[in-house]
Design a protein around this ligand. Structure first.
Ligand SMILES: *Cc1c(COP(=O)(O)O)cnc(C)c1O
Length: 387
């Protein structure tokens, strides 16, 4: 078992190497010097453990790699230029032309585009399945299936997959299981401990936590990480800058504090919303009324700040009145930062030339940041009154 506090505060940092500085330096260098031919050769033979060039391995980024691997109970990790890059590199590393991927229904939008648009150009097929049904996943397996792709909880409506059953299914059938663990972060869910092969993150969200860096993480076995490193990572050039890595290391110092704060406040907001007569439904995996609450409790130790609400309204103008009246939730994409956010589904309806979102226009996703619960609840209350 990892010591979480140690990983966030010290692990991976070797202060003797940089003047005993408490805070690690940003090693802002593209390349690194060798004294002898032998040293250079040794490095080329194992680039991930040496410093040759910053597209591969940079000392500041390496500190973050080590911390992320430890947090996910993985042997190693890579830090990428975005969550989308982490997802694309992981999936691409496990498929070849003619292969088949099983993916949960309505994954993150760019995961869908990777599977349905980009990889289909290279002859990779995909079947989308109900994330809650291991039976449906098993039925979707074909002789050419190589990957089982999960996102748990799933975007917006938070379907839960039974991670232990999914990893057993993958192992029994020779599939590599991949999970997008951005929603819980390793503070609340550790899929590798439940047998999942590869964990990916949008570290833009909780891991960095300050809405100022776009970054991704891949955590897995040494073998898989090495394979991704020498192929997709180095070839596509999906590294992050040392400066951004340093900001994420700073973000990690408070990861546990921030996650617990968002989680506690979210529970208070959920209980307010559930008792409000203008709210038809509140979707939050660790609420006892959530349809998969019992399963969620067996694999998540917390939920974080994402809540989806369904407004009890008859027409679209009422939804717009609610949104216009909100002051303390910013309307923006993303989540996981210090600031509370909302993203109403109505945005993705009635757009000229674009099909309506499958998520009804009465749905609004809230993200609970670090603000005080009353500050957020009072704002929701006055906006629901105006709705
Ligand atoms: C934001 C997000 C991503 C993509 O991450 P980027 O850092 O924006 O590339 C992937 N998965 C989920 C669940 C996300 O919310």
């Amino acid at each position: 078992m990892i010591n979480l506090t140690d990983v966030l505060t010290h692990f991976g940092e070797n202060r003797k190497q940089y003047f005993n500085a408490v805070s690690p330096p940003v090693i802002q260098s593209s390349n690194f010097v060798f004294d002898t031919v032998q040293e250079f050769r040794d490095a080329v033979g194992d680039e991930l453990s040496h410093h040759i060039y910053t597209r591969g391995n940079n000392p500041t980024v390496e500190i973050l790699r080590k911390k992320m691997a430890a947090l996910e109970s993985a042997e190693d990790a890579l830090v990428t230029s975005s969550g989308a890059a982490a997802i694309a590199a992981s999936v691409m590393s496990q498929v070849k032309a003619g292969d088949h991927v099983i993916c949960v229904n309505k994954p993150y939008s760019w995961t869908y585009k990777l599977l349905s648009n980009l990889l289909s150009k290279f002859g990779v097929e995909v079947t989308y399945v109900d994330a809650t049904s291991v039976v449906e996943m098993r039925a979707a397996i074909q002789p050419n299936t190589s990957v089982l792709y999960l996102e748990c909880p799933n975007s917006l409506t938070f379907e839960i997959s039974d991670l232990r059953a999914c990893s057993a299914l993958a192992k029994d059938n020779g599939l590599i299981s991949i999970i997008d663990n951005s929603h819980c972060s390793p503070i609340f869910q550790r899929p590798i401990e439940m047998g999942i092969d590869i964990v990916v993150h949008s570290a833009t969200k909780y891991l960095n936590g300050h809405s100022d860096v776009v970054v991704g993480v891949i955590a897995s076995s040494k073998e898989i990480i090495n394979q991704i490193f020498v192929n997709e990572y180095m070839t596509l050039g999906i590294n992050i800058s040392p400066h951004d890595a340093n900001l994420v290391i700073r973000g990690l110092r408070t990861l546990e504090l921030r996650m617990n704060r968002s989680d506690e406040t979210a529970h208070k907001v959920v209980s307010f919303l559930k008792s409000h007569d203008k709210i038809e439904k509140v979707i939050f995996p660790l609420d006892p009324d959530f349809s998969q609450y019992e399963l969620a409790k067996t694999q998540m130790t917390g939920c974080g700040g994402l809540i989806t609400i369904v407004l009890e309204v008859q027409d679209k103008p009422a939804v717009l009145r609610f949104i216009d009246a909100i002051n303390n939730f910013l309307m923006a994409v993303s989540w996981g930062g210090y600031e509370s956010l909302m993203i109403p589904s109505i945005i993705f309806h009635d757009m000229p030339g674009i099909p309506d979102s499958p998520i009804p226009w009465t749905y609004v996703r809230l993200y609970i940041g670090l603000e005080d619960a009353d500050y957020l609840i009072e704002d929701l209350e006055q906006a629901l009154d105006k709705m």
